[in-house]
Design a protein around this ligand. Sequence first.
Ligand SMILES: *[C@@H]1O[C@H](CO)[C@@H](O)[C@H](O)[C@H]1NC(C)=O
Ligand SMILES: *[C@@H]1O[C@H](CO)[C@@H](O)[C@H](O)[C@H]1NC(C)=O
Ligand SMILES: *[C@@H]1O[C@H](CO)[C@@H](O)[C@H](O)[C@H]1NC(C)=O
Ligand SMILES: *[C@@H]1O[C@H](CO)[C@@H](O)[C@H](O)[C@H]1NC(C)=O
Length: 251
Amino acid sequence: MSSYSIVFFFILFASSFGQIDIAKYFKICNRTVQDVNECLVEAIQEGIIAMSGGIKELGAPPVDPYHQEEIRVEYKNNQIMATMTMKDIYVEGLKLAKVHNARLRADEDYFHLEVDITTPRVFVRGKYIGEGRYNSLRINAKGEFNTTMTDLVYTWKIDGIPEKKNNTTYMRIKSFYMRPDLGNLKAYISNDNIDSKSIIDFANNFANQNWRPLYREMLPYAQENWNKIGIRIANKIFLKVPYDQLFPEEM
Ligand SMILES: *[C@@H]1O[C@H](CO)[C@@H](O)[C@H](O)[C@H]1NC(C)=O
Ligand SMILES: *[C@@H]1O[C@H](CO)[C@@H](O)[C@H](O)[C@H]1NC(C)=O
Ligand SMILES: *[C@@H]1O[C@H](CO)[C@@H](O)[C@H](O)[C@H]1NC(C)=O
Ligand SMILES: *[C@@H]1O[C@H](CO)[C@@H](O)[C@H](O)[C@H]1NC(C)=O
């Protein structure tokens, strides 16, 4: 091979390597056509299925089950102070999500997408270590937990701003918001610590009978976590595929 052909080979190889054919994974919707929202319902539905096993080429992790190493929550109100560290968490069920509606408002310097979704069942399991104080009472507990949520109804609200890299515009996702309404929630905590058995048994019963107000109080903590995860996963796509390829403008 002459040195010219070697250079040519490298240029070819490098350029084909850099380009990701996103249409392999989901339908591409033209941003400026009238039925873009209808198209997006299908594209996002396909995208959720494609993402459920992860997309290696994009470095996107599997989302069903989604695995999270650790979440730490600190909770405080007048009488209660608690810290809980959850580890090795698995979230199952997003694969069966159904996309109902999508609303895109986007142009060259602004991206806002809302997606209405329902999911029949989400199951979360993991290990935990908890420490709490209730007035003068101290509690230590550890074990496993799981939570089953059914009939979830939620809207993803995704916001992004453009970012230029080498003359190419990408849309960086800055915010990922959702606030799921639940049909039902059932939670179980096991406890390896004999000393706190009765209080954890009580907490199990109490939590399951009063899950609605407890869920409302825990939501801000969960939302902060979802926001981080949603941004990270969305940007696996948005920062790797140029905006004009992801949402082409019709010529
Ligand atoms: C960006 O585009 C300008 C004008 O088209 C060009 O002169 C410049 O070399 C480009 N820069 C890069 C990093 O591609
Ligand atoms: C972008 O440009 C910089 C410097 O011009 C270069 O080092 C980098 O490899 C380029 N990245 C891509 C993806 O082309
Ligand atoms: C949920 O956790 C409880 C308590 O540890 C356990 O008895 C139950 O089998 C778990 N359920 C599932 C489906 O893993
Ligand atoms: C988007 O626009 C391009 C160029 O006009 C066209 O070839 C393509 O079929 C359109 N795609 C969709 C999904 O409408």
